[in-house]
Design a protein around this ligand. Structure first.
Ligand code: ZN
Length: 265
């Protein structure tokens, strides 16, 4: 599932290839992609105009449209963006295609068809209406501590709760917990000041490193968990084997030696 680093990479792709280009054609190939809005609504919002700016909040990408208005892109479980110059063939699972003057295209692809692209008023009201927490890469420490501390539930679930901080999903929350040396089931309300400080630093560090490496978990440094996120793999710190467990319906990977569980008091 595209998480904050993936969406940041897609944001860069959109900026490099599509800003300021006049959209001559909007093809909605799958009506599900526009959500509650009609295909016609999206066409009217985009055809004949260009995208002027891009903004990301958590896993959401927003494109500001010439003349006002915004379009939301949410990538669901498997969404992505491909820029297709000239006659380059389309990738599979194209749900929406924007054609630019000059013939190149931007394809919104999605194997699972859970992603959405539709007009919204503006990013601020979208974030407010959805109840999203601050962006996980831009949040400051006092706000992070206030939003995380005292929450009930496993720290893994709390980190993935988009209403607490927006941007972390199942994959990168594992890396954050590994770097902060916290067992994924630790109750968030049992975290001390030092734990929260380590979590905050791990969150920023992991997300920025992932973005710098093109959001490819396999390209992360050898000291990271994600390149070997599978049961029985050797911990990169060399002290144990990676294990997995289910938390709130998701699979967490962790090192029991680096991330020991707390004894209940
Ligand atoms: Zn370890």
């Amino acid at each position: 599932m595209p998480e904050l680093p993936d969406v940041e990479v897609l944001k860069g792709r959109l900026e490099r290839t599509s800003l300021g280009r006049r959209i001559s054609r909007v093809e909605v190939r799958d009506g599900r992609v526009v959500g509650e809005v009609s295909a016609r609504g999206l066409r009217e919002a985009l055809e004949g105009r260009s995208l002027r700016r891009v903004h990301r909040h958590g896993k959401n990408l927003f494109a500001g449209v010439e003349g006002g208005g915004w379009v939301l892109m949410h990538f669901g479980m498997a969404g992505g963006l491909s820029h297709l110059p000239g006659t380059e063939e389309e990738p599979p699972h194209v749900r929406l295609l924007l054609g630019f003057d000059g013939g190149d295209r931007l394809a919104f692809t999605d194997r699972r068809a859970l992603g959405r692209v539709h007009p919204i008023r503006d990013p601020e009201s979208f974030v407010r209406e959805k109840g999203l927490g601050p962006d996980a890469l831009r949040v400051d420490y006092p706000s992070f501590r206030e939003r995380l501390g005292g929450r009930r539930g496993a720290v893994k679930s709390v980190l993935m709760n988009q209403g607490v901080v927006a941007g972390l999903g199942n994959i990168y929350s594992d890396e954050v917990l590994f770097r902060a040396r916290l067992h994924p089931r630790t109750g968030a309300d049992r975290l001390g000041e030092e734990d929260i400080r380590r979590l905050f630093e791990a969150t920023g560090g992991v997300l920025q490193t992932a973005i710098d490496r093109g959001a490819d978990p396999e390209a992360l440094p050898g000291s990271f968990l994600l390149p070997r996120r599978r049961e029985g793999a050797r911990c990169p710190r060399g002290n144990g084997e990676i294990r997995r467990l289910r938390i709130a319906g998701r699979t967490a990977y962790y090192c029991p030696a680096c991330q020991p569980g707390r004894r209940e008091s």
